[in-house]
Design a protein around this ligand. Structure first.
Ligand code: ADP
Ligand code: DAR
Length: 344
C-alpha cells in the first residue's frame, strides 16, 4: 500500500471500480481525513481495505456505530448506490404467509437454500475496531444466548481455537463455517487475534447455525437442502426472535441493523439458493446481466469471491436496506422463478 500522509488522498488504479474509489472525492477527503470517532476509529482505517485491495467492490468497513454518522459524507452515497436506498429502514417483518411460491421450474433447479442475517451487539465497537478483550466478551455473551435456544435450534458452540484442522476444513467444505482467510477483511483489520474469540454454533440437525466474530459479531443462519424457502425463512425467524429476546443489537431507524460492511445494513439479510443453471451458465456474463437486472447477486458455490462449478451458482438478493425481511426473500423468489424461465 502506498503510504500517504493524512494530507494526501490515496489514489486508485484506473482498473479500480470500488464504490470507495468512486465516492472518495477530494471534498470528502478534506472534510473527513482528520476525523476520528470517540473510539478513535479514523477514515484511514475505514478505507484501508479498499486502498490495499484495489479489486474491492465496496472497499470500506465501519469501526463502530458512530462511523456511519461521522463518515456519512463518504458512506451515505456508497450505501445509496449499493442498496438503492439510504433508509429510513422499515420495521422488521418476518411474516412467512406473504411469501410467493417457488415455481416448479425453479424448485427443480434449487439444490439448497440458505438465509442469514448479521447482527452486532449494541455498545461494542464493530470488528475493525473491537479490542481483544471486548471480542472475548462478545463471544461469551453470544455463546451463552445460543446455549439457551429451544428446539429445533438446540446444539453446541465450538470455538475455532479448539477445533481440529480436519473438523474446520470439513465444516467449511460443507458450507457451514466461514473461511480462515479473507484478504479484504484482513486489510480492514477484522482478522486481528484470529482465531481467538471466533466460533460456530451448530444445531443437532445442522439446519441452524451461528457464526461468532467473523465479519460481524453474529451471523444467524438457516440452511436446508432443497428449495423450501418458506421453511428456511421460518426457521431463521424463530432463531432471530429467540436471540433478540436475550441480546441487544445495534439498530438505527435510518440504517436498520448496523454491520461492519455497508452492504450488510438494514435487514442484513442475504437469502441465497444454490441453483443449477446449465443454459444460462454457458455465458456467465449474460447470467450476471440477467441477475443484476432482477436485483440479484451471483456468487460461486463456496461463497463470496469463489468460482462456480458445474453451472451451479449462489443466487441471492442484493438489496438489504430499505426493504423488510419478507420483501427481500420475496424478491429472491420472484428472481429465481424468472431465471428458471430464462434457463429453459
Ligand atoms: P455470507 O456473506 O452470507 O456468509 P458467503 O458468500 O461468505 O455468504 O457464503 C458463506 C458460506 O455459505 C459459503 O460456504 C457458501 O458456500 C455457503 N452458502 C451460501 N449460500 C448457500 C446455499 N444456498 N446453499 C448452501 N450453502 C450456501
Ligand atoms: N470484499 C469487500 C466487501 C464486499 C461485500 N461483502 C462483504 N461484506 N462480505 C469488498 O469491498 O469487495
Amino acid at each position: 500500500m502506498k503510504s500517504h500522509s493524512p494530507a494526501s488522498k490515496p489514489s486508485f488504479p484506473e482498473s479500480c471500480t470500488s464504490l470507495l474509489s468512486k465516492h472518495l472525492t477530494d471534498a470528502v477527503w478534506s472534510a473527513l481525513a482528520e476525523k476520528k470517532t470517540a473510539a478513535g476509529f479514523t477514515l484511514e482505517q475505514a478505507i484501508r481495505s479498499g486502498v490495499e485491495q484495489v479489486d474491492s467492490g465496496v472497499g470500506v468497513y465501519a469501526g463502530d456505530a458512530e462511523s456511519y454518522d461521522l463518515f456519512a459524507p463518504l458512506l451515505a452515497p456508497i450505501i445509496k448506490e449499493y442498496h438503492g436506498s439510504a433508509g429510513p429502514h422499515p420495521a422488521t417483518d418476518f411474516s412467512c404467509d406473504a411469501l410467493p411460491e417457488v415455481s416448479p421450474e425453479a424448485a427443480s433447479r434449487v439444490i439448497s437454500t440458505r438465509i442469514r442475517v448479521g447482527r452486532n451487539l449494541a455498545n461494542f465497537p464493530l470488528g475493525a475496531a473491537i479490542s481483544r478483550v471486548q471480542r472475548l466478551d462478545v463471544e461469551k455473551q453470544i455463546s451463552e444466548a445460543l446455549s439457551n435456544l429451544p428446539p429445533p435450534m438446540q446444539g453446541q458452540y465450538q470455538s475455532l481455537s479448539t477445533m481440529s484442522a480436519e473438523q474446520n476444513e470439513s465444516l467449511i467444505a460443507r458450507h457451514l463455517l466461514f473461511k480462515n482467510e479473507d484478504r479484504f477483511m484482513a486489510s480492514g483489520n477484522l482478522m486481528r487475534d484470529w482465531p481467538e474469540g471466533r466460533g460456530l454454533f451448530l444445531s443437532e440437525d445442522e439446519s441452524f447455525s451461528a457464526w461468532v466474530n467473523e465479519e460481524d459479531q453474529l451471523r444467524i443462519i438457516a440452511l436446508k437442502q432443497g428449495g423450501d424457502v418458506r421453511g428456511v425463512f421460518a426457521l431463521l425467524a424463530e432463531a432471530v426472535t429467540a436471540l433478540s429476546a436475550q441480546l441487544t443489537f445495534d439498530f438505527s431507524e435510518q440504517l436498520g441493523y448496523l454491520a461492519s460492511c455497508p452492504t450488510n445494513l438494514g435487514t442484513s439479510m442475504r437469502a441465497s439458493v444454490h441453483m443449477s443453471l446449465p443454459v444460462l451458465g454457458q455465458n456467465e456474463k449474460v447470467l450476471k446481466r440477467h441477475a443484476e437486472a432482477l436485483g440479484l447477486q451471483v456468487r460461486g458455490q463456496h461463497g463470496e469471491h469463489s468460482v462456480s462449478e458445474g453451472a451451479v451458482y449462489d443466487i441471492s438478493n442484493r438489496m438489504r436496506l430499505g426493504v423488510t425481511e419478507v420483501a427481500a426473500v420475496s424478491h429472491l423468489i420472484h428472481g429465481i422463478n424468472r431465471l428458471a424461465e430464462l434457463d429453459e
